[in-house]
Design a binder for this molecule. Structure first.
Ligand SMILES: [Fe+2]
Length: 201
């Protein structure tokens, strides 16, 4: 039985970047539905495998795992990628170094990430991932597809479904993507990199 990750802040804690109403709707309604759908898929199909293993071979499983399993894991990462706004939210040096190595500069990383997120047609996600060769790349997925199914390990992801930004930004996805960098939880991104590195050991 999968359960939602606990929201690590109050519903209104991301204001003014994301409103209480938008965060509550996203966490209480959309994320809940994916979680419920995933548990129903397990029951219906009588599958015992861990979700991560299913996602790695998603084409072998019923589509409700792609839709709800993806929705579950994507949102579990997303809500932890954010944190309440503070006076400054500097990118840690260790992450800046990776951005420079893999994208040329911090600005190039930001522009590329935001540009890729803007270009997602319809609903989907933009991700910063570790590729099999150990380098990091920006990737996008459509609907609730996950980087895991592309053999990529997500360390940071932003939801670009309209349900994530329409209440606060109407159709202006570009503004949403720019603003959301003010509330990124960089420590969480670092923790995901460490988890991935340790899994090699
Ligand atoms: Fe979402």
């Amino acid at each position: 039985m999968y359960t939602k990750v606990q929201l690590p802040y109050e519903y209104n804690a991301l204001e003014p970047i994301l409103s209480r109403k938008a965060v509550k709707e996203h966490y209480d309604f959309h994320y809940s539905n994916y979680t419920k759908g995933l548990n129903e898929a397990y029951l219906k199909n009588n599958i015992q495998l861990k979700l991560i293993n299913i996602l790695h071979n998603i084409n072998d499983y019923p589509k409700e795992f792609r839709e709800n399993g993806g929705g579950y894991i994507n949102h579990s990462i997303f809500f932890q990628c954010l944190k309440p706004i503070s006076y400054e939210n500097p990118i840690p040096d260790s992450l800046k170094k990776i951005m420079r190595n893999d994208f040329g500069s911090v600005d190039e990383f930001m522009n590329y990430f935001i540009g890729m997120g803007k270009k997602v047609f319809g609903s989907g996600w933009v991700w910063w991932c570790i590729a099999p060769n150990g380098r990091t790349i920006i990737a996008t997925t459509k609907n609730q597809d996950t980087p895991y199914s592309e053999n990529l390990y997500p360390i940071f992801g932003i939801d670009v479904w309209e349900h994530s930004y329409y209440l606060d930004y109407l159709g202006d996805r570009l503004k949403y993507l720019n603003e959301i960098f003010k509330i990124v939880n960089w420590d969480y991104v670092i923790s995901r990199i460490k988890i991935k590195m340790n899994s090699y050991v």
